[in-house]
Design a protein around this ligand. Sequence first.
Ligand SMILES: Nc1ncnc2c1ncn2[C@@H]1O[C@H](COP(=O)(O)OP(=O)(O)O)[C@@H](O)[C@H]1O
Ligand code: SF4
Ligand SMILES: [Mg+2]
Length: 362
Amino acid sequence: MTMNATRLLRRSRAEAASSGSPSGAAAGAHRPDPGPPPGVRVRDLTVVYKTPLGELPAVGGVSLTIAPGTITGIVGESGSGKSTLALSLLNAVQPPGRIAGGSVEVDGLGDVLRLGGDELRHARGRHLGYVFQAAQNSLNPLKTVGKQVLDLGRSHGVDDLPALVRDARGLLERMGLDGARVLDSHQHELSGGMRQRVGIMLALVLNARLAILDEPTTALDMITQATILRIVREVHKERGLTTLMITHDIGVAAEVTDRLAVMYGGRVVEHGPTMDVLGAPAHPYTQGLIRAIPRLSGDPTQARALPGRPPTLGTLPARGCVFRERCPLRMEVCETTEPPRVAVEEKTVACHAVAARREEHA
Ligand SMILES: Nc1ncnc2c1ncn2[C@@H]1O[C@H](COP(=O)(O)OP(=O)(O)O)[C@@H](O)[C@H]1O
Ligand code: SF4
Ligand SMILES: [Mg+2]
């Protein structure tokens, strides 16, 4: 570690000892006016992976509008394309994957898919804060957490590095950690849950206005998970963020999100206010998902798992509705034609049966 880094971290430790209370929580002193929370508009996004069967879509023509200032959840079974969608918002899909089409407009940044090189590197961190799935393995094992915060600040041209370190410490303390000690630690000295929280701190510390959290609480026990979710909500509100929370756990989504997008086979099948999606699900898949969860279905004796298994890239039908193999409402048109997106009150639902029902009532 350089002398400068050691001095900065030591100062942060001394301040922690003298103040005894979390600091820097309200945030981003090192970055004066980061602006309002951004809206995001994903249009016709298709992402393919190269497989022995050719290039197959993990995200197939997704359109999704994320309102500024909301916490939007993305839920769906494993393999439904959630992480691939999250990576696309950062233009970070790696081979054998490739973004094959569409756009991702973020207010203040433009189409992220058109950014490259330094522009993209700056956007990540400064505008787009992210915790990748398995963030607990993404720390540099050779450097202390504090050194990694300083590296991050330097690579993004942060002038006030002491303020950045204070902010990092404050965020860690809010998440129930000894901030100064964690900044002084290497990855191997931290538990899985601690690393997860370090990941969240690194996503937020540059004061990005769009936070993308991919399964941020998966490695945590129930109590730590509840704490983290509370803090995500608080920080979201205090800092005026737009937050995207990706999870396979509907309970987590129900607890923190304002809006919910349900993914299946690389499509968003239902999207709208969380209360409406969970309280009055319209898509047969969302209905099945909720019936399978005793706590949400209301009647534990009636809870039953969805029949069949989710598709893989290889078993995904090339045409028609990707859910039809498991759908009780399947019709002929579902075999051949991609379901239309229809408005159901405040929600958007992609389903032929829902569209037909609407026409009957029109
Ligand atoms: N690097 C990769 N190579 C090939 N297929 C991949 C790769 N990453 C993901 N996939 C496939 O893409 C689909 C979506 O995966 P992913 O986005 O990780 O879903 P989720 O996050 O919802 O579990 C899955 O079928 C998965 O097997
Ligand atoms: S489009 Fe057809 S198969 Fe797909 S969910 Fe709707 S009714 Fe079922
Ligand atoms: Mg994932």
